[in-house]
Design a protein around this ligand. Structure first.
Ligand SMILES: *Cc1c(COP(=O)(O)O)cnc(C)c1O
Length: 467
C-alpha cells in the first residue's frame, strides 16, 4: 500500500484503554463469509419470491426503474447541508410530490418529513393538539374505533391525549349512534379513523362523522395507510377529514419490511396548514426553491433535516409512471384481487361481517378451530410449507382468530389461484389430518419459534464462546 500522504495520527490512547490481548473474533475467509450471508438470504422470503399477503401492509411489487432513479447521483449523492442553489432538482421533486399527494388525497398541503406511518400519526396529532391549544382549548379525549391499527392509540397517548375506544357495529363500521351520543359531551379532541378500516370496509358514514366532530369543536384524523383502496376513486379530503397520513412505503410502492426506511407524509386542511412541521419547501422571490423554517405557528421539527428523500424519489417516480388512470386502475385491481380471494375462500372460511370489502379481507378461524382443533396460527404456519408467506393473523382483535389477507394489485390471477388453492388444501387437511397442520412448518429452516422468549431474551450481538 502507498505511504500515508498525511501525518500519522498521534498515538495518544490511554494505556488502561488498550487491549492486552487481541479480541477473540472469528477467523473466516471471504468465501466463507460470502456463503454465510448468501445462504441466509436464501432462507428469507420477500415480495420478489412471491405473494406477501400481509393484511394492512400493502406489500406490492416495487418497480425496479424506481430503484434506478433513486440511485441517480444527483439524488443519491447529495448532502443535507449542501447549499440550496445546488439541490434545486431535489427540492423541485419534493414540491412536486407534495402537489401530487394534495391532488390524490384532496388535502390542502403536505409535509414529507415523517419517516413512517406511525411517525406521521404522531406529527398529525401534535398538530391537532397545538391547534386546540391555540384556541385555548385543552380537551384531551381521542376516540379510536376498536378496529384501529395499534399505532393509533399509542400515537394519541404520546401527544398527551387520552385514547377512548369506540365500538364497531354489526356492519364492521364505527357505531354512529354511539358516536352521536359521545361527541356532544364536548371533551372530544379528535377521532382517529382508518378508512377503509382494518376489516377492509369503507366507513360509509365518514361525511356524517366529520360533520359531527366539527360541529362539536373536534378534529378528524384519518389514517390513510390503506389508501391503496381509494386511489383515483375517492379522496379523504373530500370526505371532510382534517389530517391524513399516507404511507409512501405501502401505497406508493417503495420497498418495506425489515424496518425501513419509510415515509409517512401528513396532509392537512384548513387552519391546520399553519401548524405543519418545518422545514417546508417554498418558492423564494429569487426564483429559487428553499427549505424554510419561517412558519411561526409550526409545531417545529419532527426529524433531522427533511425526511427520507430516497423514498420520496421512488414514490414520485411511481406516481408519474402510473398517471391518474394508472393509479385508479391500481386501486380497482387491488379491490378486485382481494375480492377474488374472498370469493375463493368464503365457502371454507368464516367471514365475521357480510359487508362488502375493498383492498383486503379478514376471515375468522373460529369455526375451523371448533371443527378441527387447528388454530389460525396452525393454518398460517402450514402455508409456509406450500411456499407462501402467511397473512397477518390475530388482527384486528375484533375478529376471533383473524386471518387478514391483502393480495394487492400486483399479483397475477395465477398467483392468486395458487394462494387460494393452498389455503383450501390446508383447510381440507385440517379436517383429515389435524396433527400435520398443528406441527407445521415442516420444510422451513426453523420450525415454531418461541416468540415470547425471542422478545424477552434478545440476543443482538455476537459473543465469543467460552472456549
Ligand atoms: C402500516 C400501518 C400503520 C403504521 O405505519 P408504519 O409505517 O409501519 O409506522 C398505521 N396504520 C395503518 C392502518 C397501517 O396499515
Amino acid at each position: 500500500m502507498p505511504r500515508l500522504a498525511v501525518p500519522e495520527p498521534p498515538d495518544d490512547l490511554e494505556p488502561e484503554l488498550r487491549r492486552s490481548e487481541p479480541p477473540p473474533l472469528p477467523e473466516l475467509s471471504e468465501t466463507e463469509v460470502l456463503r454465510h450471508f448468501a445462504r441466509l438470504s436464501h432462507r428469507n422470503y420477500s415480495i420478489d419470491d412471491g405473494l406477501l399477503p400481509l393484511g394492512s401492509c400493502t406489500m406490492k411489487y416495487n418497480p425496479r426503474v424506481n430503484e434506478q432513479l433513486a440511485r441517480l447521483p444527483g439524488f443519491a449523492a447529495i448532502h443535507p447541508l449542501q447549499p440550496e442553489e445546488t439541490v434545486q432538482g431535489a427540492l423541485a421533486l419534493m414540491r412536486d410530490l407534495e402537489r401530487f399527494l394534495v391532488e390524490i388525497s384532496g388535502m390542502d398541503a403536505f409535509t414529507l418529513v415523517p419517516a413512517a406511518g406511525a411517525h406521521g400519526e404522531l406529527t398529525g396529532m401534535l398538530m391537532i393538539r397545538r391547534a386546540l391549544l391555540h384556541r385555548g382549548d385543552d380537551r384531551r379525549v381521542v376516540l379510536i374505533p376498536d378496529s384501529a391499527h395499534g399505532t393509533n392509540p399509542a400515537s394519541a397517548a404520546f401527544c398527551g391525549f387520552t385514547p377512548e375506544p369506540i365500538a364497531s357495529d354489526e356492519r364492521g363500521q364505527v357505531d354512529l349512534a354511539a358516536l352521536e351520543a359521545r361527541v356532544p359531551r364536548g371533551d372530544v379532541a379528535a377521532i382517529m379513523l382508518t378508512n377503509p378500516n382494518t376489516l377492509g370496509i369503507f366507513e360509509s358514514d365518514i361525511a356524517r362523522i366529520c360533520e359531527l366532530l366539527h360541529a362539536h369543536g373536534g378534529f378528524v384524523y384519518a389514517d390513510g395507510a390503506n389508501m391503496n383502496a381509494l386511489l383515483g376513486i375517492s379522496r379523504p379530503g373530500d370526505h371532510g377529514v382534517d389530517v391524513l397520513h399516507l404511507n409512501l412505503h405501502k401505497t406508493f410502492s417503495t420497498p418495506h419490511g425489515g424496518g425501513g426506511p419509510g415515509s409517512g407524509p401528513v396532509g392537512v386542511r384548513g387552519e391546520l396548514v399553519d401548524f405543519l412541521p418545518v422545514p417546508r419547501v417554498v418558492e423564494g422571490e429569487d426564483g429559487l426553491l428553499h427549505l424554510s423554517t419561517d412558519f411561526p405557528r409550526s409545531i417545529g421539527r419532527v426529524a433531522a433535516f427533511y425526511g427520507n428523500f430516497g423514498v420520496m424519489v421512488r414514490a414520485a417516480a411511481y406516481i408519474l409512471e402510473m398517471g391518474p388512470e394508472g393509479l385508479r386502475r391500481a386501486g380497482e385491481d387491488a379491490i378486485l384481487a382481494a375480492n377474488y380471494v374472498r370469493k375463493g375462500l368464503e365457502d371454507v372460511l368464516e367471514l365475521s361481517y357480510e359487508t362488502p370489502t375493498l383492498h383486503e379481507v379478514v376471515f375468522s378461524g373460529r369455526r375451523l378451530e371448533k371443527e378441527t382443533g387447528c388454530r389460525t396460527l396452525d393454518l398460517a404456519k402450514r402455508l409456509i410449507d406450500h411456499g407462501f408467506h402467511p397473512p397477518t393473523i390475530y388482527f384486528p382483535l375484533i375478529v376471533p382468530g383473524a386471518l387478514m389477507i391483502e393480495p394487492t394489485e400486483t399479483e397475477s390471477r395465477e398467483e392468486l389461484d395458487a394462494f387460494v388453492a393452498a389455503i383450501r388444501a390446508v383447510v381440507e387437511e385440517a379436517h383429515r389430518d389435524p396433527e400435520t397442520v398443528k406441527g407445521a412448518p415442516w420444510t422451513a429452516p426453523v420450525r415454531r419459534l418461541d416468540e415470547v422468549k425471542a422478545n424477552r431474551q434478545l440476543v443482538l450481538r455476537w459473543e465469543p464462546s467460552a472456549d
